[in-house]
Design a protein. Structure first.
Length: 82
C-alpha cells in the first residue's frame, strides 16, 4: 500500500487500494474520496458511489461472460419492396 501526494489538494495523501495495467484505485483518508483512475481519466467518488459502481460493473462483467447473446451482432431486417 503506497501513499501519494495530491498536488491539487495539499492536505490529501492517497492510499493505493489496487492497481493494474489500465489504472488504479486510491482513497484519501482525510476527505474520504475514492479516486478511480482509468488511463488518463480520474473519477472522484464517495465510498458509497464507488460501491454502487463496483456492483454495476460486476453485474455487467458477469452478464458479458455468461450471456452469449450480448456479443451477437444485432439482426437487421432486409428492406422489402411493397
Amino acid at each position: 500500500m503506497s501513499r501519494d501526494f495530491d498536488s491539487a489538494n495539499p492536505g490529501c495523501q492517497h492510499i493505493e487500494l489496487s492497481r493494474n495495467a489500465i489504472g488504479n484505485v486510491q482513497i484519501c483518508p482525510e476527505c474520504g474520496v475514492v479516486h478511480l483512475t482509468v488511463q488518463s481519466m480520474t473519477v472522484r467518488l464517495t465510498p458509497d458511489a464507488f460501491e454502487t459502481l463496483a456492483e454495476l460493473t460486476r453485474h455487467a462483467y458477469l452478464r458479458l461472460n455468461t450471456d452469449a447473446r450480448v456479443l451477437e451482432p444485432p439482426v437487421t431486417r432486409a428492406a422489402t419492396a411493397h
